[in-house]
Write a protein of this length. Sequence first.
Length: 480
Amino acid sequence: MGRKPLLLATTLILVIGTFVATLLSDQRPKLGLDLQGGISVRLFPAAGTDPALLDTVRQIIENRVNALGVAEPEVSRQGDTIVVDLPGAKNRQQVLDNIGSTGEMTNREVLGQPLPADFKIPATTTTTTKPGATTTTLKPGTTTTTRPDLTGKSCKDLVDNVSVFWDQVDAKGKHRVCYQLGPNLLSGDQVKTARASYDSNQGGWGVDVTYKSGAFTNIATNYVGKQVAITLDNAVLSAPVINKGITSDNVRISGSFSEAEAKRLALALRYGSLPVKFDQKQTTVEDVSPSLGKDQLKAGIAAGIIGLALVALYMLLFYRVLGLVVWLGLGLTGMVMFTLVTWLGTWQGVTLTLSGVTGIIVSVGVTVDSYVVFFERLKDEVRSGKTVRSSIETGWKKAWRTIVAADAVSLIGALVLYALTIGSVKGFAYFLALSTLVDLALAVTFMHPLVFILSRRSKLVAAKGIGIAAGLDVAGRTSV
C-alpha cells in the first residue's frame, strides 16, 4: 500500500472508529444554558459601590464558578450589574450560596464552646454603661461584650446584630451550631493558594493552604492549642486547632472532611473575598427553560440541513464524481466535530450553545471552499494541457497555499474574537476556530489522498458525463 492510500485508510479508521465509540458510550456533548436550561442570576451591587470594582468582581465570581466545575458558566458585567448563567444548575439556594456571598473572609479565635442553634440568651444581671448599650455576661468564664440587650434571642438571631456570634451551615443548608468568636486575626486576602487533597497517611481529605509571607506566623506562635475559626460572611467554614511546630506559611487543614467539604473550603479560601457587597433584596434568580433554545436549535439544524443539501447538490452537478468527495468530506467533518465536542465537554467542561452551533454552521462554508479551491486549481492545470493524473500534485501544492491563507484569516478572526469578547460571541469564535483546524487537517489527510487515488482510476476519470474529466471540463480528451 502506498503512502497516500495508507494515510487515507488511517484517517477513515480513526475518524469513523472514534465516532462509533463515542456513540456507543454514554457521553454526549454538554449543552449550554440556552439549550439545556439552568439558572441565571443577576447581582446588584449595594448603593455607593464604585463601578470601577465590578470588573474585578466579575473575574472573582468567574473563578468561583469555574472552580465549582459548572459546565461553561458565563459571567458578564451588564451595566452596573453582574449576570451569572449556569447551564444545568438546578439548586437555586446552592447557587446563591456559592456566588452571591460577598465573602468577608476572616480568621477568629473561638472563645467558647459551640452553642446549639436554638440556644436562647439567658436573662443576666447587666450594668448600663451608656444609654442604649449594656454589658452582658453570656455564661461564666466567657468574655463580655458591649451590645444591645439580646435576652431571649437565639444564636440564629444574633448573626446580624453582633460580630462575636457566627452560625455554621451544613451541606443541607440547616443551621447546626453558633460560635462565640473573638476579633479578626487574619483576613482572607492573605491567602495565596488553597487546594483540597487526599492524605493517604492520615486517610482523609484536607486543604493545603499557602499564606503570604509571614501572614500566618503570629497565629501559629500565639494560638497554639486553640481553635481559630475560618469564617466567610456569617458562616464558620472550619474551626481547626492550631498545632505545634508550624514554622512556615504552608499549612494543612485536616479533619473529618469529605471530598466535597474539602473542595468547598479550598474554593472559599481561594475566591472568598469580594471587594463589594451585593443588595440581596434586589438579587434575581431565574430558572431558564431549555424549550425555547431547543426550538431554535431545531430550526437552525433544519436550515443547516437544507443549506447543506443544496450545496451538496450543486457540488455534484458542477464537479460530478468529485462532488461525492465533498459529500464524504462533510460527513467526516461532522463525525470529527461530534467526537471533539463530546470529548471536550467530558474532559474540559466545554459546552455547546446556540452561538457555538452557529460557528460550526458558518465553518461549513470554509470547508466547502477548500474543496472548491482544490478543484479549480485542478481545472487550471488541465486547461494548460496536462492530464488529470499529472495535474493532481501541482494543483494540490498551489491549492494548499490558498487553503492555508484562507483558513488562517478565518482562524485569526476567531482567535481575536475569542480573546476580546465574552459570552456567546466567545462560544461562536471557539467553535469556528475548532472547525477551521479540522478543515485543515482533513484537507491533508482525506481530500488530497482520495482525489489522488481516484485520479489513478482511468475508467472513473473518463466516465462519460459523470467522471472526473467531465467535472474538470476536459471530457472528450484522448488522454486524461
